[in-house]
Design a binder for this molecule. Sequence first.
Ligand code: PEP
Length: 256
Amino acid sequence: MKPMIVAGNWKMYKLIDEAGKLATQLKKQLSKIKPAVTPVVCPPFTALAEVASIIKGSRLLLGGQDMHWETQGAYTGEVSAAMLKDAGCACVIIGHSERRQYFGETDATVNKKVHAALKVGLKPIMCVGETEAQREQGQTEAVIVRQVEGGLNDVAVDQFAQVIVAYEPVWAIGTGKNATPGQAQEVHALIRRLVRDRFKAATASDLPILYGGSVKPENALELFLQPDINGGLIGGASLTADSFVQIVRAGEAAVS
Ligand code: PEP
């Protein structure tokens, strides 16, 4: 059975109290989730501790939204991989297109962060994706190859079992325009091929590759049924329990 992960990226939404309420609803509604599906929530840093204490002992996993690659130091405003782990995180989003677009994230910094996360046992959810202009100019494949090879540079063969990749076409994020299942599948297959052929990872066939970009309850199942799609990274639709739970249920349906 293929791995299926449904991760909610809460971005810069939810005060502690609001995050706690959402986590409480999710914990209740997802208590009987099938083991084949792994739900993850990635709240803002300020709400990590609150959400961690609520979801403790449940099937929900906690993730950070970004991190610094150094272990500690004079890096005002940053958090380290060990700090996320300490706060209860099992994984961390790295290289989200909003970080690339607004905060100068590059494939080189993504790569440093991926290594730092793996070093402390945090699973990186490494995001890649082309812009609308790049797709229109026929550069999608070249962009994905560059981002995957750059971001995963020097990851050891045996570390691939801990890696998660998210394909998020930039033009589909928060726009309501999702990639068609066929467009997404094509890029997911390319990513899996790269990991198998260039990185020689024996676990390539099990690499979770999540699709992100305007996933909603109405389109999730069709996407998740694609052979190389292993779930989703969900922005807007992860902010309410009802829609997120419906997407997790689509994940269950896709693997049953
Ligand atoms: C995201 O930010 O990772 C995302 C996929 O957002 P949305 O689902 O809102 O498009």
